[in-house]
Design a protein around this ligand. Structure first.
Ligand SMILES: C[S@@+](CC[C@H](N)C(=O)[O-])C[C@H]1O[C@@H](n2cnc3c(N)ncnc32)[C@H](O)[C@@H]1O
Length: 354
């Protein structure tokens, strides 16, 4: 049977990426690798001519996977997780960006802008496109770097640029409004690479319309994104309430802090975590969750199981999803009796701890 004869993971032989020889003289350390899937970033690190490499990630989970991939390949690189690429502690001479297939356009534009500012003067930015013919990336690069080169004749898959001058830092961000009652509309800041850029997600809207928050409630917002749901809850729980926001994406947490401060929410705590192991031992009256759909329900399971342990007796758990059947199974397993409310094309599961 095929599965039984599969080699163990660390023996899998992958085709090794090689930079075109015309770029060889331009690849000088220190290096940086911008985002990329953990496998792609680790492979690139393996193809660079020195181990003076920093891998930039925005999300703790991706960063942990990148460290594991590097270890599996026996390659050393420092992995730094930060809200912004231009927060890297030291400028780099060469930066390589393996652009994701189907990733967010605004994030690509933002990474190109931030790459400029993290390069040393005359530093080189190498961009690997997933497309055979690409007009978007060269145009976006041209706007920031001026000149764009493509070293592979007949293909648009690799571009490189050089930082020649100075330019002011330009933020790519959007604000959106959320109407919370007849008279109040709240303004939230969002940035590319976080959920959900430039708009209030309909699932989140369904969740905040369903949740019951009482004065003085202590609320835990699991996977908070830019903080909308927990901030709306915090406004309802009033000055005697308290809210903890958790996310694995450091840019999302930075936005949560900006939004909470901008909206005058005094008592907030933000926790960066992808395992929820860093949560404090205190208990909460309410847990809110809008888990992502990737990873075969692993995150939904984590949010449900860990969220339940954070609730005090009689505490309320609210989770919004479109993965109704699988999530219902997880909720029943954790809480027993679970109610479901349909709203805006989503289901909100609610359960109470005994
Ligand atoms: C669907 S978004 C919801 C964001 C926000 N709560 C909302 O409703 O608009 C899911 C969030 O969970 C975060 N996330 C994903 N995996 C996580 C993990 N393992 N630990 C903590 N947060 C995680 C993502 O970064 C993302 O911000």
């Amino acid at each position: 049977m095929q599965l039984a004869t599969m080699p163990p993971r660390h023996h899998v032989v992958r085709p090794q990426f090689e930079f075109p020889s015309v770029l060889a003289g331009k690849l000088r350390s220190p290096f940086g690798v911008v985002l990329g899937s953990p496998a792609a970033a680790a492979e690139l690190a393996g193809a660079l001519p020195s181990s003076d490499i920093v891998g930039y990630q925005m999300d703790l989970f991706q960063a942990a996977r990148l460290r594991a991939e590097l270890e599996e390949r026996g390659r050393f690189a420092e992995v730094v997780t930060a809200p912004d690429l231009w927060d890297l502690p030291d400028p780099v001479q060469t930066l390589v960006y393996p652009v994701a297939l189907g990733g967010e356009r605004a994030l690509k534009i933002d990474m190109i802008e931030q790459a400029f500012h993290v390069l040393r003067p005359h530093g080189v930015f190498v961009v690997l496109s997933p497309f055979e013919k690409d007009s978007f990336l060269p145009n976006a690069l041209k706007k920031v770097f001026g000149k764009v080169h493509s070293p592979m004749a007949g293909s648009d898959q690799i571009f490189w640029c050089q930082r020649q001058s100075e330019r002011p830092r330009r933020r790519h961000e959007m604000t959106f409004q959320v109407r919370v009652d007849d008279v109040t509309s709240l303004r939230f800041l969002s940035r590319p690479g976080t959920f959900s850029y430039g708009r209030f997600d309909n699932g989140a809207r369904a969740l905040v319309e369903t949740m019951e928050i009482r004065l003085g409630d202590r609320v835990l917002d699991l996977g908070c994104g830019c903080g909308t749901n927990g901030i709306i809850a915090a406004r309802r729980s009033g000055p005697s309430g308290f809210t903890t926001f958790v996310d694995s994406n450091l840019r999302a947490l930075a936005l949560t802090r900006i939004n909470a401060e901008g909206l005058g929410i005094p008592a907030v705590e933000t926790i960066a975590s992808c395992t929820l192991g860093e949560l404090p031992s205190r208990t909460y009256d309410v847990v809110l969750a809008n888990p992502p759909y990737f990873g075969q329900m692993t995150i939904a399971r984590l949010f449900i199981e860990r969220g339940k342990r954070c609730l005090k007796p009689g505490g309320r758990f609210y989770l919004v999803t479109r993965q109704v059947e699988q999530t219902f199974g997880l909720m029943e397993e954790a809480f027993g009796q679970t109610e479901a409310v349909e709203r805006r094309g989503y289901v909100i599961f609610q359960a109470t701890t005994s």
